[in-house]
Design a binder for this molecule. Structure first.
Ligand code: ADP
Ligand code: MG
Length: 709
């Protein structure tokens, strides 16, 4: 069973806390809590129900709500916590003014257990009460749950400061720490709302075509086979196939490609894209919840789940860091006091250590960076399936490209037809067309286009078989025929006539991909097809090198001569040709021994190699469910120019994460060094170590969303 709902987590450490507590429950198999979206996903047995899980979370002190609302936007700066903070701040400023500037207003009130209370003291305390209540509440929650969270440490620090009459410090702690928390929430919310923007792309209603006119209907009420209408200028509400009309459609929201694409009868359109010019009618092909944009949204949300190595390191580190610093705080107070130094001085220094024990900045820095990077990639048509993948991508030093459809356009052209054994050109095309009608290979598209254009009809062959990377076969008029490269015929034990061999070599030298067509007894003909390298392929490869990729290779099932021609033209370092899918896989395994390898392919017949590579990148994934499902990264559009962008983004995000972790550690360390000498006060610790660092790391993370293709 699986339950999924939203919980109001406002800090990454809280998410971990809930995760840990839930996974200890009976009947719970696996738990994931996404810090950014607040989504809780629990896999469990029937021993525990969703309601029990929720009430347990409630007992831990968190609010839960229903599925669906987990990306709801609540403004951080006007929430109840914010208002308490602002009031606390006002009290603090007033107190400060009375205390140090308009000292005429200051007067002595009473003495209370040896504490001298002035007007300003009361104002400071009011500030603590207002800004500090939520902190203290969270602190007690942590005692109840038997763990050491940062709110508890802050609570101790605040009470400690009050206890020795350091009202300014107590108030500053309460106010500044609250502001730091608000900032943290704000940046989590920024990341959250960038996911929400994706959701806003797809319309909620569609115009359904019915027998008595058009009817507005909510998209989740539409069924497959329903026909909907889209006027020019409107967003397309569902994934569908055009059945009437034609138009230019801007698919940028899905694929990141901004040039409008012409759509005619039979073409697929995607929910969320914009119908620019014409009126179209389309037939629904996927339910709303399974539409391409919905899957993108689901995957982007789930992308938080794949923890990066650094994130794991940080979390492990944080779990040691806090208790160690707390111990330091304890000894900072104990030792000097035993040695007879001033209790007050060292007590407040100890409290300063408690404040420094907050791992906040470095715990939040990674998830925020990753969400920021992954969401901005999704907007540019690049779907990255997890933080760990973004991280690995940033370490890639070998990129392997598939040839057909990846480095080349995949749009084959039939240029040469050589009939044999008394057959005509038309016969050759007819047999080939009969066979290819069953195939989805780019070559098959070329054949069907050619047959249409020359009005050649061919019965669809029966008993179809495909030998991936070799070719296809089927029965025509009760006999078996084959179409593919010479390896296919060798495999089938068909002797390749001398003449056929010569024609094949001649065409291959000219750069053709050669298709032999024949039956068990004799050959019907040879066809030379060609697709050209993408014009931008050379530039893309240069750009990859300048980004630090050591080696760019091409891996293909096509013949060596053709492959070498293409390889030379686009400038790859090496070419591996004539490979079957499992041989492609072996090449990847070899490369992986010394390198971090990314493989770029079409995701359909390259699936094994894509799966084997450290990072598998599928091109042209919009509409092909398999590719979106299996690849680590899916390029929704068909542009290889997204690969350098992807690499740049990943390298940058690794850098940002590293900077964030090390700078926050360094700052904490330097602050800690200053404490025993009295250079770093409680106020500086919370101002710099908490508020400043939170601001710094999230600001740094948001830089990622500005990376442009
Ligand atoms: P690539 O690795 O370049 O993407 P494939 O693995 O898809 O190439 O195919 C390798 C070779 O197998 C092609 O170059 C072609 O000779 C042959 N082949 C594969 N599928 C077909 C088909 N449907 N019709 C004819 N030939 C095919
Ligand atoms: Mg291919």
């Amino acid at each position: 069973m699986e339950s999924s709902f939203k919980v109001d987590v406002d800090c990454p450490t809280c998410a971990r806390e809930i995760e840990e507590k839930l996974s200890g429950l009976k009947g719970v198999i696996e738990v994931e809590v996404y810090a950014v979206s607040g989504r809780v996903l629990v896999e469990h047995t029937s021993e525990v129900t969703e309601n029990e899980l929720k009430s347990y979370i409630h007992e831990l002190g968190y609010e839960t709500s229903f599925e669906g609302s987990y990306l709801e936007y609540t403004s951080i700066w006007v929430g109840s916590r914010a208002i308490k903070t602002w009031i606390g701040g006002l009290f603090f400023i007033t107190a400060f003014l009375v205390n140090f500037v308009f000292t005429g207003l200051e007067f002595y009130l009473i003495s209370f257990y040896g504490h001298e209370l002035f007007i300003s003291s009361i104002l400071y305390l009011a500030s603590v009460v207002s800004a500090g209540t939520p902190i203290v509440k969270n602190g007690f929650r942590s005692i109840r749950n038997y763990d050491l969270n940062i709110d508890l440490l802050m609570t101790i620090a605040i009470f400690g400061a009050i206890g020795i009459g350091y009202y300014v410090e107590a108030a500053a702690l309460a106010v500044l720490y609250s502001v730091a928390e608000l900032l943290e929430n704000y940046s989590i919310n920024r990341a959250r709302s960038s996911i929400r923007d994706l959701i806003d792309l797809s319309p909620e209603v569609a115009m359904l075509k019915t027998s008595d006119g058009l009817k507005e209907i909510s998209v989740d009420k539409l069924n497959e086979e329903d026909v909907f209408v889209v006027q020019p200028g409107e967003r397309i509400p569902m994934d569908g196939v055009v059945v009437e009309g034609s138009s230019l459609v801007n698919q940028a929201p899905i694929t990141g490609e901004s040039q409008p694409i012409s759509k005619e009868k039979g073409d697929e359109v995607f929910a969320g894209s914009i119908n620019d010019t014409g009126y179209i009618e389309a037939r629904v092909i996927r339910k709303h919840s399974e539409s391409t944009i919905q899957r993108i949204i689901q995957l982007v949300e789930a992308a938080e789940s794949g923890q990066t190595k650094r994130e794991k390191f940080v979390n492990r580190f944080a779990s040691y860091y806090t208790p160690i610093v707390v111990l330091i705080a304890f000894f900072t107070i104990l030792i000097p006091v035993l040695l007879g130094y001033s209790f007050e001085t060292w007590f407040i220094r100890g409290l300063t250590f408690l404040v420094l024990a907050c791992p906040c900045a470095f715990v939040i820095s990674t998830p925020v960076s990753i969400v920021s990077g992954i969401t901005s990639a999704a907007r540019n048509g690049v779907l990255i399936k997890g933080g760990n993948i973004l991280e690995t991508m940033g370490e890639v030093d070998v990129v392997a490209f598939d040839k057909t459809g990846t480095l080349t356009s995949g749009e084959f052209q039939i240029d040469e037809i050589v009939p044999l054994n008394g057959y005509s050109e038309k016969d050759v095309v007819r047999y080939l067309y009969s066979l290819e009608q069953n195939s989805e290979h780019p070559i098959a598209n070329a054949v069907s286009r050619y047959a249409d254009k020359h009005e050649i009809k061919g019965e669809r062959a029966s008993d179809f078989e495909s030998d991936t990377g070799l070719g296809i076969s089927g029965e025509i008029d009760g006999r078996r025929y084959y179409a593919g490269n010479s390896d296919l015929f060798e495999k089938k034990g068909i002797n390749i006539e001398k003449e056929v061999g010569e024609i094949t070599s001649r065409l291959q030298r000219l750069g053709y991909t050669v298709i032999l067509i024949g039956g068990l007894e004799k050959f019907i003909g040879v066809v030379g097809v060609r697709d050209s390298p993408r014009p931008e392929a050379g530039q893309v490869i240069d750009r990859l090198r300048s980004l630090g990729v050591e080696k760019v290779v091409m891996i293909t099932g096509d013949n060596e001569k053709t492959a070498n021609n293409v390889g030379k033209e686009v400038g790859v370092d090496s070419v591996y040709a004539g490979l079957l899918p499992e041989e492609k896989l072996r090449v990847i395994q070899d490369l992986k021994k010394e390198h971090v390898v990314a493989m770029v392919g079409d995701g359909i017949n390259d699936a094994p190699a894509l799966a084997e590579a450290d990072v598998g990148i599928a091109m042209g994934a919009a509409g092909t469910d398999v590719a979106i499902e299996t690849a680590d990264i899916a390029l929704m559009g068909d542009q290889i120019s997204r690969i350098p962008y992807l690499l740049k983004l990943s390298i940058k995000s690794n850098k940002v994460i590293r900077q964030n972790i090390w700078s926050s550690l360094t700052v904490k360390f330097l602050l800690a060094l200053g404490v025993p000498f009295g250079y770093v006060t409680v106020i500086i610790a919370v101002l710099v170590g908490d508020m400043g660092m939170s601001l710094g790391v999230t600001g740094n993370a948001l830089r990622l969303s500005r990376t442009k293709p």
